[in-house]
Design a protein around this ligand. Structure first.
Ligand SMILES: [Zn+2]
Length: 242
């Protein structure tokens, strides 16, 4: 069952950057330009790709000034990151993303070995959550500092899991999958095991992200927490948290 509810934003306000995202679906059969004056003729549909479903193309980028402001805020918060000119994967393109390496927190640096790639606006949101919640709560629950967060690649050219669904927020650089939290003593707290720390972090994530899916939500999320910033309606107050 899908439990969706509204959360009211509270506390201090985060500077928000609006990601200008454009997502296009190109049906394979409609993508070929018609050349010449001949009557249009039916083109045979190209063979379907093995299992990926419809070919899709998505491009995503932030407004230039928002991006500059975001990058300087990320740097001022001592996040270590790279700035590739663009990232392109299997038909999806992300302009001026950031690839996160580590996050400075009051309890030490938290590294992100997968170097996840995303829009800067999402990077700011995710690293705020790591600094403000994940690091202190890990110490509180385990007595150990949070050393590492194992994640997916962030940006990925994937559709959502349902048939004929629009591209997932991963295709727009607006999502990340969190797989485990590695403590200073190398102990790995997996999302899959769904212990008290993961349960608590999952609850807090609902205050930062507009979509939080994890074990129990559906079969695709048994091993990780999916966090994204998809707008479910007109405002960010309507959130999916399951
Ligand atoms: Zn995901």
């Amino acid at each position: 069952m899908q439990a969706a509810f509204g959360l009211t934003r509270r506390g201090r306000s985060h500077t928000s950057f609006r990601a200008a995202s454009t997502v296009l679906f190109l049906a394979a059969s409609g993508a070929a330009p018609v050349v010449g004056a001949q009557a249009p003729q039916a083109y045979p549909a190209p063979p379907a790709p093995p299992s990926d479903g419809e070919p899709l193309l998505s491009t995503s980028a932030m407004d230039e000034s928002d991006h500059a402001q975001c990058v300087s805020e990320l740097a001022s918060k001592k996040v270590v990151f790279e700035q590739p000119k663009e990232a392109a994967r299997e038909g999806c393109r992300l302009s001026a993303p950031v690839s996160l390496t580590s996050v400075r927190t009051l309890f030490g640096d938290v590294s992100l070995p997968a170097k996840p790639t995303m829009l800067c606006s999402f990077g700011l949101k995710f690293t705020d959550w790591v600094r403000e919640v994940a690091a202190p709560m890990t110490l509180a629950y385990t007595g150990q500092k949070l050393a590492e967060i194992e994640t997916g690649p962030g940006f990925a050219c994937t559709a959502r899991y349902k048939a004929e669904a629009p591209p997932s927020e991963h295709a727009k650089g607006d999502a990340i999958d969190v797989v485990s939290f590695v403590l200073a003593d190398k102990h790995r707290v997996t999302v899959k095991a769904l212990g008290p720390l993961v349960g608590a972090l999952r609850m807090t994530a609902c205050g930062y992200f507009t979509t939080v899916l994890g074990p129990g939500a559906d079969p695709q999320h048994e091993t990780h927490l999916h966090l994204d910033m998809l707008m479910h309606g007109g405002t960010a107050n309507y959130r999916i948290c399951e």
